[in-house]
Design a protein around this ligand. Structure first.
Ligand code: DC
Length: 235
């Protein structure tokens, strides 16, 4: 079967990773959560004292970047890959509010983006990949056969993230989560390098009023259409 590259971009907490993960599983593709990579670098920066709410030692972090080793390790029982930072499983720690508050800052650093984009491009060489993030359709895979741009209202997204964090037992309040969502939207869309932007050839997918099942069946449908077209073109 002809394999394609699927790029899923969009605002934070639009459910990109849930859909991308499920899609990869059904198509037998590799799934890559690039947000997890930015989060892992942020965790490294926090742990080593380079970044905090009132500290920005960008130079220190950039100098230390060669020491940051990232990899995804497939967890058979969970059915998806988990993020490892220097051989430690950090999948839980990268999802805390502390990391969420600082990650946009780290994602604006040019050297960090260069390092991560290089790894991401290498992961996609063989196609058969579903990657989600902010710059996948524009920078990482500008030639992806299918690009989806996911969006939903800030309130819907904050409600989803709030429930997720509560389920994980984290002590959060809705207002704080909404503020974080809006703050990240602002930084993600206004940063100088690779801002969150819809690729010209992306399908805009607003899922504010859509359940997971409907979202998934639509996205699977888009994918099948592109894959079928690809097969016909090859013949
Ligand atoms: O998808 P997420 O919320 O886990 O992403 C965390 C942060 O990383 C988000 O605020 C923006 C940044 N990011 C990015 O700049 N580029 C990507 N390709 C993925 C994420």
């Amino acid at each position: 079967m002809e394999k394609i590259t699927i790029a899923i971009d969009g605002y934070s907490s639009t459910g990109k990773s849930t859909i991308a993960k499920q899609l990869a599983k059904v198509l037998g593709y590799i799934y890559v959560d690039t947000g997890a990579m930015y989060r892992a670098v942020t965790l490294y920066a926090i742990r080593n004292g380079f970044i905090s709410l009132d500290k920005n030692d960008i130079e220190g972090l950039v100098t230390a970047l060669p020491k940051v080793k990232l990899k995804f390790v497939y967890n058979d029982s969970l059915g998806f890959s988990e993020m490892y930072l220097n051989d430690e499983n950090v999948e839980g720690e990268i999802r805390t509010m502390e990391v969420s508050k600082l990650v946009s800052k780290v994602a604006t650093i040019e050297e960090v983006r260069k390092k991560l984009v290089k790894i991401q491009k290498a992961m996609g060489l063989e196609k058969g990949i579903v990657m989600d993030g902010r710059d996948i359709g524009t920078v990482v895979f500008p030639d992806a056969e299918l690009k989806i741009f996911m969006t939903a209202s800030p309130e819907k997204r904050a409600t989803r993230r709030y429930k997720e964090l509560l389920d994980k037992g984290q002590d959060v309040n809705y207002e704080e989560v909404l503020k974080n969502v809006e703050h990240r939207d602002h930084i993600d869309t206004h940063r100088e390098i690779s801002p969150l932007m819809q690729a010209e050839d992306a399908i805009i997918f607003d899922n504010s009023d859509m359940g997971l099942e409907e979202q998934f069946s639509r996205v699977l449908d888009f994918s099948k259409r592109v894959i079928d077209k690809q097969k016909k073109d090859v013949r």
